[in-house]
Design a protein around this ligand. Structure first.
Ligand code: TA6
Length: 298
């Protein structure tokens, strides 16, 4: 990355583009409160969100790859246009592609904004033969991080897509962590041949591998991190489904870019279009967002 390649996007004291791990370029947003966020151009991948007091709220594996042909393990992988397995690479092409910054700024109320874009090219069309624009917009203030995905069909034919923020949260201890807001929601259990059942629990706790897709989930979810006495809130718009995932022991050991014991310090609560793909006609636009908030727990 040469020095002035991204100079036009930088805002002194609030937004810079600097070399990250393995010299991969990352956008660093700093809010006047001291809150910070980091987004790698590789994958359009948010890897860090810290409070004004310096608490890291996203999990990032100490074994993560930072390589152009591999996804980063942790933060917010963007799954597009496919969620999970299928004809494309696992979780699609967006998280293993290189994005470009397209705009940055500071709102009147002080939020710091950065938008990155992935545009279809020969490489993506080789895997997925459609012309699209995918934009990730990040907005940072003292207590919230808003992450929006926008898809434009710039092709002459419709296409179907999934779009997911596959968010990894850092927690003090998975055995003292709870996910709330999903009682009464039908889920598909990825560990039991996608059997569908209704969530009976107000508070979901963890004592084994958990991998469930909740269909038509409520827009407001909570991740209660008892060890750190904090609650992460998720408020989504047009992100109809949610996933709750922890690999637990055996799966953690099978993942080369994930420490054997790291399952203890993370939980994924993912938001987006996971099950029924959305269809975009030529010229159509979709936008979904999740507002992440952090508040002390009583
Ligand atoms: O969202 C849950 C999930 O689909 C799990 O089944 C697990 O595979 C996880 O995503 C991580 O997938 P990845 O391809 O990033 O290793």
């Amino acid at each position: 990355m040469n020095d002035n390649q991204f100079a036009q996007f930088e805002i002194p004291g609030m937004l810079e583009v600097i070399p990250g791990v393995n010299e991969l370029p990352k956008v660093v947003l700093t809010h006047r409160s001291g809150a910070r966020a980091e987004v790698y151009l590789h994958g359009g991948h948010v890897t860090s969100w810290t409070t004004p007091g310096g608490e890291e709220l996203f999990f990032l594996s100490r074994s993560s790859y930072f390589a152009l042909d591999k996804p980063i393990r942790g933060g917010i992988p963007v799954a597009f246009p496919q969620f999970g397995g299928g004809p494309l690479p696992q979780h699609g092409i967006a998280r293993i592609s290189d994005w470009q910054p397209i705009r940055t700024g500071v709102r009147d109320s002080g939020e710091v904004m950065a938008a990155l874009q992935l545009t279809a090219d020969d490489d993506t069309r080789e895997l997925w033969p459609h012309r699209f624009n995918l934009v990730l917009e990040v907005l940072l203030d003292a207590t919230r991080l808003t992450v929006a995905l926008q898809v434009d069909n710039v092709d002459k034919a419709p296409f179907d897509f999934n779009a997911v923020l596959h968010t990894y949260f850092s927690v003090g201890a998975i055995t003292r962590t709870a996910v709330e807001g999903l009682r009464g929601v039908t889920y598909q259990d990825s560990l039991r041949d996608d059997v569908r059942e209704v969530e009976q629990r107000d508070t979901i706790r963890f004592d084994a591998e958990t991998d469930r897709i909740y269909l038509d989930a409520p827009p407001h979810l909570r991740v209660v991190d008892e060890t750190n006495a904090r609650v992460i809130t998720l408020d989504s718009q047009d992100m109809p489904d949610a996933v709750v995932w922890n690999p637990w022991i055996a799966k953690a050991q099978r993942m080369p870019d994930f420490g054997d014991d790291e399952y203890r310090e993370m939980v994924c609560v993912e938001t987006g279009i996971m099950v029924t793909p959305r269809t975009l006609a030529p010229g159509q636009h979709w936008r979904g967002e999740t507002v992440f908030g952090c508040e002390p727990s009583s």
